[in-house]
Write a protein that binds this ligand. Structure first.
Ligand code: DQA
Length: 152
């Protein structure tokens, strides 16, 4: 069974109470459960991890090498400035989809920049928790296109 890592960065542990008008009323745990159920329904195992610490997230990305078939990653505010996390994604060769609950391009100017975008295979933004499921679809399509017999 393919397994994906669902990774969430700083402050996302406070989902549900943190600026609900921007990020919604669901807790991270509720979102993780929903995303895992969606993954399972598509034959995918999902491990969830959240940290507020850059180094811990870098270690988790390194550990993903050879262990996961894809990563669904909401880097939170690290998105906008962490070259260390960008380099970690670029180093591991595990296809990674960047997810944001809000539309980062429609908010403050500093949020419009993602230093992760061009090392990820796709960016999903502004679709709330649905975006995490869309990331699963993107990873699945990529794998299935690469299967023998897919014609490419
Ligand atoms: C976020 C957007 C970031 O700008 C912000 O710092 C977050 C959450 C989102 O999911 O919309 O923490 O990644």
């Amino acid at each position: 069974m393919e397994t994906y890592l669902l990774l969430n960065g700083p402050n996302l542990n406070l989902l549900g109470v943190r600026e609900p008008k921007v990020y919604g009323f669901d807790t991270l745990q509720a979102i993780e459960e929903e995303v895992c159920a969606y993954g399972h329904a598509h034959g995918i195992g999902i491990d969830c991890f959240q940290s507020n610490h850059e180094g811990v997230l870098i270690d988790k990305l390194h550990e993903a090498r050879g262990r996961y078939d894809g990563i669904i990653y909401n880097p939170g505010a690290h998105t906008h400035y962490s070259y260390a996390l960008r380099d970690a994604i670029a180093s591991i060769e595990v296809p990674t989809v960047e997810v944001h609950l809000s539309d980062i391009e429609a908010r403050e100017g500093f949020r419009a920049v993602s230093v992760m975008k061009d090392v990820c295979i796709a960016q999903v933004k502004g679709k709330g928790k649905q975006g995490y499921k869309e990331a699963i679809d993107i990873l699945l399509r990529r794998t299935r296109l690469r299967e023998p017999g897919a014609g490419i």
